[in-house]
Design a protein around this ligand. Structure first.
Ligand code: C2E
Ligand code: MG
Ligand code: MG
Ligand code: MG
Length: 282
């Protein structure tokens, strides 16, 4: 329709397409230098047991582009995957998260960190070796580290993914299924992979507790996950009613704007420090 709509409209349409292509090409090009130019940053979002207790943090990548400003990961992770840059960038994120969680565990108390790992990283033949080295150098207990994988690409790389997971798990690293419910794979199929944690996607959580169908589906997911011995994290929890409903139905952890947005390292330190002050007072 846009094309047949005549001169003016198709012109706007194609110039917008041109802009998009140009932006993509620029990002693709600039991403190669982002790491060495210190444009990447890891922010952390709390995962909570309840309103008083932080369980851990999810590491989320940010790119501060010098001209284009903040680029969301949904825009540049795919580019990093296509170009192979996800390997050095991914290693860097894992390293940052390891150093950070080591320091939090030294300074405060036991807290775990979750890192998003692309299947592209998992299928790299030297991934296990590099992770082992990063973990050793950071002096972090591997059981404090959790790798989040989305189900989509996992199924196309089932055998190699499983092998890598088993090797990393023998080091003590844990695995989470991210965005559960958005893909096509059944829990029965996923249960053949050694997962420890299941993260219920925010698209389910956002419908709670008013949409009864979604409530039923979420209950079923919780039930299945519990029977499989998986820890359940709900993501995208924005409202107290959602948090309450999830806790009432046995969800182990919640994550989302209700508890807090992803924040920088100093801000996260402040959260942990406030928490230790609160316990001293009570
Ligand atoms: P994800 O792993 O599912 O991360 C959760 C996303 O939901 C994050 O977006 C987070 O900021 C956002 N979020 C958290 N709480 C709420 C909430 O209450 N409401 C809503 N609407 N959103 C919430 P972000 O940081 O933009 O990351 C998007 C995706 O990019 C991530 O989804 C993950 O798949 C990917 N990603 C981020 N960092 C990395 C990384 O270091 N490596 C890889 N491979 N992927 C990454
Ligand atoms: Mg994630
Ligand atoms: Mg997710
Ligand atoms: Mg996601």
């Amino acid at each position: 329709a846009a094309v047949s709509a005549g001169g003016e409209r198709s012109c706007i349409h194609s110039s917008r397409l041109g802009e998009q292509t140009h932006r993509r090409l620029q990002l693709e090009h600039d991403l190669r230098f982002a790491l060495q130019r210190n444009e990447l940053q890891v922010v952390y979002q709390q995962q909570r047991v309840d309103e008083d207790e932080i369980h851990g943090a999810e590491a989320l990548l940010r790119w501060h582009h010098p001209q284009l400003g903040l680029i969301p990961p949904n825009e540049f992770i795919a580019l990093a995957e296509e170009s192979g840059l996800i390997l050095p960038i991914g290693d860097w994120v894992i390293e940052q998260a390891c150093l950070q969680v080591r320091s939090w565990n030294d300074e405060f108390r036991r807290i775990v960190v979750a890192v998003n790992v692309s299947v592209r990283q998992l299928s790299d033949p030297r991934f296990v070796e590099r992770v082992e080295r990063i973990v050793k150098r950071a002096g972090v207990e591997p059981s404090l580290l959790e790798f989040e994988l989305t189900e989509t690409l996992l199924m196309d790389n089932f055998d190699v993914a499983r092998q890598t997971m088993v090797q990393l798990q023998s080091l003590g690293i844990r695995f989470a299924i991210d965005d559960f419910g958005t893909g096509h794979s059944s829990l029965a199929y996923l249960s053949q992979l050694p997962f420890d944690v299941l993260k219920i996607d925010h698209s389910f959580v956002s419908q709670l507790p008013t949409n009864h169908d979604y409530c039923k589906i979420t209950k079923a997911i919780l039930h299945l996950a519990q029977n499989l011995g998986l820890t359940v994290v709900a993501e995208g929890v924005e409202k107290i009613e959602q948090h309450r409903w999830l806790k009432q139905h046995g969800c182990d952890l919640t994550q989302g704007y209700f508890h807090g947005r992803p924040v920088t390292v100093p801000e996260f330190c402040q959260l942990l420090s406030n928490e230790s002050i609160a316990t001293e007072v009570s």
